[in-house]
Design a protein around this ligand. Structure first.
Ligand code: PLP
Length: 379
């Protein structure tokens, strides 16, 4: 048996073609929605209909489970479809704890969709364990974590929050989109599942919308069964082509993310020293309030996302126009650097500071990225 202990090696091995008769080294794409049935009614290939399963989705799900150390992965048509599937495993009357600082559509889905189906929720500062403790009630069945969080990069203690959840018969699920298994392994810290917008780092090229859930082998068996039903019956599955793109993305995930993380750490250091910048939110800075927790639970660095606060709303928006290498666009995790004035996307009700710019650092040369900021801040 060859050693497959390193992520880089496992990422290649787990995404190679399975039982391909052609000798093809790259994966084929199977767009077929349906599969041939034998006269006795059986399906020799094991595939019936693409909403139930498809060779490209199967390969992707097996690779995601393998890389995360999970028992099982479920791929979805978007990160939000993965989040909705997890919330749909709950029932009317259940209570969910969500981070006060989190991907904005998670709050919106809880309020605009799931409240009407009887799911209650509380928004809690997950860096404050006493606040988490006092938010738990008899009906709490799920604690949702996002660490580092969006857009303020707050870091929560995944192991301790998971223990709190388990003491109260609730699950803990971590949105690990900003880290991927390269930078953080929530299942090893006890979480029941991780959720991904694979649209971001897994895809890595801003050209594929998709999501996933990966389950801890120790998670309740019932969770797997429920998710299997929801994936198939709600029907928000990714296309074979999208599965193929994410499978391909996995092969270079670590290379890209390490370069992005190295760039981000240098850019954060530069911006932190710059007199015109009021604040830099990046867990790699020793001044970050939860730097020690981040250092203990993140591996290979602190990620490629950060937020900065600059002057006021109008000046910060104008600054995005002066940067040449950072495209002003929402989303993150692609090879190209992006910048976004977050509050104008989230809307007036959002608690995000008016002068906050969220940055997704790409794989460009760091000297060019820093020169771009120097020029933009001087201009
Ligand atoms: C983008 C994102 C999502 C939502 O994913 P979609 O693929 O856009 O549906 C959820 N969580 C985080 C942290 C994200 O960055």
């Amino acid at each position: 048996m060859t050693t497959k202990t390193h992520f880089e090696t496992r990422a290649i091995q787990a995404t190679e073609p399975h039982e391909d008769q052609t000798g093809s080294v790259a994966n084929a794409i199977y767009p077929s929605t349906t599969f041939k049935r034998e006269t006795d009614g059986s399906y020799q290939s094991g595939f019936i209909y693409t909403r139930d399963d498809n060779p490209n989705r199967q390969l992707l799900e097996q690779a995601l489970a393998e890389l995360e150390g999970g028992s099982r992965a479920f791929a979805f048509a978007s990160g939000m479809a993965a989040i909705s599937a997890m919330l749909q495993t709950l029932q009317c009357g259940d209570h969910v704890i969500l981070p006060d600082d989190a991907y904005y559509s998670v709050h919106a889905a809880a309020k605009e969709v799931f409240e009407r189906w009887g799911l209650t929720h509380s928004l809690v500062d997950m860096t404050d364990l006493n606040a988490v403790r006092s938010a738990i009630n008899e009906q709490t069945r799920l604690i949702w974590l996002e660490s580092p969080s969006n857009p303020l990069l707050k870091v929560s203690d995944i192991r301790t929050v998971t223990q709190l959840a388990h003491q109260h018969n609730a699950l803990c699920v971590v949105d690990n989109t900003w880290c991927t298994p390269v930078l953080q392994q929530p299942l090893a810290l006890g979480a029941d599942a991780v959720m991904y917008s694979t649209t971001k780092y897994f895809g890595g090229h801003s050209d594929c919308l998709s999501g996933a859930l990966v389950l801890n082998p120790k998670a309740p068996e019932e969770l797997t069964t429920r998710l299997k039903h929801i994936q198939k019956l709600s029907g928000a599955v990714p296309s074979p082509f999208d599965c193929w793109l994410i499978t391909r993305g996995i092969k270079t995930l670590k290379l890209r993310l390490m370069q992005q993380t190295t760039n981000a750490s240098q850019l954060a250091g530069f911006l932190d020293q710059h007199p015109a910048i009021d604040a830099v939110h990046y867990p790699g800075l020793t001044s970050h309030p939860q730097h020690a927790i981040a250092a203990a639970q993140m591996t290979h660095g602190f990620g490629a996302m950060m937020s900065v606060q600059y002057a006021d709303k109008a000046s910060s928006m104008a600054l995005t126009g002066r940067l040449k290498l950072f495209t002003a666009a929402t989303s993150l995790g692609g090879v190209e650097s992006l910048i976004e004035h977050r509050k104008s996307v989230e809307g007036d009700a959002s608690l995000t500071p008016d002068n906050l710019l969220r940055i997704s650092v790409g794989i460009e040369h760091i000297d060019d990225l820093i020169a771009d900021w120097t020029d933009a801040l001087n201009g």
